[in-house]
Design a protein around this ligand. Sequence first.
Ligand code: NAD
Length: 245
Amino acid sequence: MTERELLEKIKASQYVVALTGAGVSTESGIPDFRGPNGLYSKYPENVFDIDYFYADPEGFYRFWREALFPMSEAKPNVVHTLLAELEAQRLLKAVVTQNIDGLHQKAGSKNVIELHGNIFEYCCAKCGRTQRFETVKKLLESNPVLRCNCGGLIRPNIVFFGESLPMHALSEATLHAQECDLMIVLGSSLVVYPAAQLPIIAKEHGAALFIVNRGRTGLDDLADFKFDVNLSDFAKELMKHLMKT
Ligand code: NAD
């Protein structure tokens, strides 16, 4: 199958949903987890565990200081732009993302479901008071650990490993998986659950499943077709055909 044929398939479908992972943002300079230059090659695998956050908040915030600034200033790339353009042309219903970087919204996607929260929202883990991103950035410059006035730890509203996904996001994403007739997964190794359950739900409800990812994913055997390619080459090619029509 080619990118042009996939575009034909998208146009012939009634309800198309994209599920994205860290691989769509690597070309914006944000490392993924499990790719060759992924975070797991540099930091311990428990850096996103909720137990680690509470056991060593200073260690977590050392990592966060290094990860947050490049992530918050990153620009969308052609993959994000392609998905925004497909939505603008009413060929894509929604983007369900595991990413926390906000780049789909920056590219112009409107219907984005963030399964794992995002890096721009913060609250106190004890009293729940929210904190503005600008305040957090300032505090990070001079404090090893961020604390609320009540003494509780300030945390990003991301989903740490060991925590549940936000109910509203998960139920909305599940509904899309049940309703869609075509799901396209981009840049995910599909090993983190429950996100990786969504393609399974889509298939169980009769949808076609296409995966675009360099390297193996946990659900390659389930896919109707797998593009084992570089995502930005893929997106440029698809965009070329999309803008022609
Ligand atoms: P993952 O790291 O497990 O998998 C990413 C996949 O993308 C890998 O298989 C990799 O080979 C592939 N990939 C990377 N760059 C690519 C490219 N240019 N072209 C084609 N394929 C490419 O990531 P995941 O499946 O999303 O799961 C990890 C978790 O990491 C998620 O829960 C997510 O919340 C979190 N995460 C998010 C970000 C972000 O927001 N940008 C970054 C790192 C991790």
